[in-house]
Design a protein around this ligand. Structure first.
Ligand SMILES: *Cc1c(COP(=O)(O)O)cnc(C)c1O
Length: 458
């Protein structure tokens, strides 16, 4: 008999999960104005709100916490982190920031001005927020296949180069400060970008003299998919693939809370010294001195080690296997999920799940609330609420997909806990025809409303 697969780690410390009943949870979610972000974590049993900053650090990372050098300037931990980022990306200029959006704020303060156009593949919400906040426009050039949840395409994060060329040709060169690739592409479901596509986009960038930047929160998972799905790279190591990916970039920013496997952190890495110099000023204004940028020394040490572990094949294999196990189980149980499965999360297709709830009543949010009430699982809506309003017309922007994301924290939950999630979703699916009414908005913020929105039941 073939031995089953086992995770390449064992548990050294545990954290209790507070149990609760359906009656409790009905009350709690009402008190939270039907916004899952408003729930305290002790009211949640399995927390799949995000894979951001929620992973479990290794024994080596915890050792780095003790070794942290908290010097204001030039700490050893900073140098450790900088050396690791240079080793992995070969981008020579490095600035730490406290998280990904802080890196966006610093970098975009240098690169983006009013009236600019930033083409890319389905910009993440904070990325889009930082572009629109500067009265510039994020133009989505992702391939059409990304928006059909039944199509199987190995690299749904890819940019459609003809869409990209159209944007380039219909705008003056000085209106496009850079082109960006999100690897993996969070907003279409953690879908990877192929190296072939990176090369093609890079070639277009070179031809038109436009810099190429990566939003690389999940660059290691992207490299894993390249190894698995692009024949040319099947014998390359993850780190070789990572190096080649970044060889096409003029710079990158990263939310280290994802593939850095730390609870907090981020950075910018650059090829251009002038952009670096511009960033240092904003980093000092917004984040802290250029050798800590809002991070403590111990956190920089743990991140250096986390980046190393995240680019090990065995870790990535177990990571992606666990996420895909959930996807396969849901599929076996007949629940509509997005295809192919992404790197960090499984997305349930709420349009197919709750077709009787009008889309104006936030179907995907209704499903996320139900999942919480039924099983104490916290997921997140990636649909109309998160898509915000159009900045000009203030109308709701209805996205092409209404999804509920089940994001899996790294190295955190067991397979039996993942199984519990699958069964809870099946049970709700079986009773889907009963749900006819959704939610209406009581209060919302003018931008990135999903974090603080208040809803009521219709
Ligand atoms: C998380 C994320 C960000 C923002 O990073 P934070 O650390 O949450 O501020 C930006 N882009 C992508 C693709 C992300 O996943």
């Amino acid at each position: 008999m073939k031995l089953p697969y086992i995770e390449p780690y064992k548990i050294k410390m545990v954290e209790s999960i507070q149990r609760s009943t359906i009656e409790h949870r009905k009350q709690w979610i009402k008190e939270a104005d039907y916004n899952l972000f408003n729930l305290s974590s002790d009211k949640v049993m399995i927390d799949l709100l995000t894979d951001s900053g929620t992973g479990a650090m290794s024994d080596h990372q915890w050792s780095e916490i003790m070794l942290g050098d908290e010097s204001y300037a030039g700490s050893k931990s900073f140098l450790k982190l900088k050396e690791m980022v240079v080793k992995l990306t070969d981008l020579p200029f490095f600035i730490p920031t406290h998280q990904g959006r802080a890196a966006e704020n610093v970098l975009f303060s240098v690169l983006v001005k009013e009236g600019d156009i930033v083409p890319g593949n389905a910009h993440f919400d904070t990325t889009k927020g930082h572009i629109e906040f500067r009265h510039a426009t994020a133009v989505d050039c992702t391939i059409d296949e990304a928006y059909d949840s039944s199509v199987n395409h190995p690299f749904k994060g890819n940019i459609d180069t003809s869409k990209l060329l159209k944007v380039i040709e219909s705008n003056p060169r000085d209106k496009i400060p850079f082109i960006m690739l999100t690897i993996t592409c969070n907003s279409v479901g953690g879908q990877p970008v192929s190296l072939k596509n990176i090369r093609e986009v890079s070639e277009i960038c070179n031809r038109h003299g436009i810099p190429l930047y990566f939003d690389s929160a999940r660059f290691a998972e992207n490299a894993f998919f390249i190894k698995e799905r692009e024949d040319e790279f099947k014998d390359k190591t993850i780190r070789e693939i990572v190096l080649e990916m970044f060889s096409y970039a003029d710079g990158t920013w990263m939310s280290a809370k994802k593939d850095g496997i730390v609870n907090m952190g981020g950075f910018i890495a650059l090829r251009d010294e002038d952009v670096f110099k511009g960033c240092t000023t904003y980093n000092i204004m917004y984040e802290g001195f250029i050798t800590y940028g809002g991070m403590s020394g111990r956190d920089m040490g743990a991140l250096a080690r986390g980046l190393w572990e995240a680019t090990e094949y065995d870790y990535l294999e177990s990571r992606v296997r666990q996420v895909h196990y959930l996807g396969r189980r849901l599929e076996e149980l007949g629940v509509p999920v997005q295809h192919p499965f992404g790197g960090h999360a499984i997305y349930v297709d709420a349009d197919k799940y709750l077709p009787n709830i009008p889309k104006e009543e936030f179907r995907a949010q209704a499903l996320a609330i139900e999942l919480y009430i039924v099983a104490g699982i916290r997921a997140v809506e990636i649909g109309t609420i998160q898509a915000d309003r159009d900045p000009e017309t203030r109308e709701n922007r209805y996205p092409k997909l209404e999804l509920v994301r089940l994001a899996i924290p790294r190295r955190t939950y067991s397979l039996s806990q993942i199984e519990y999630v699958a069964v809870a979703l099946k049970n709700i699916y079986d009773t889907r025809h009963k749900a006819k009414k959704g939610y209406r908005i009581k209060w919302e913020a003018p931008i990135m409303r999903h974090f603080t929105i208040k809803l009521e039941k219709i």
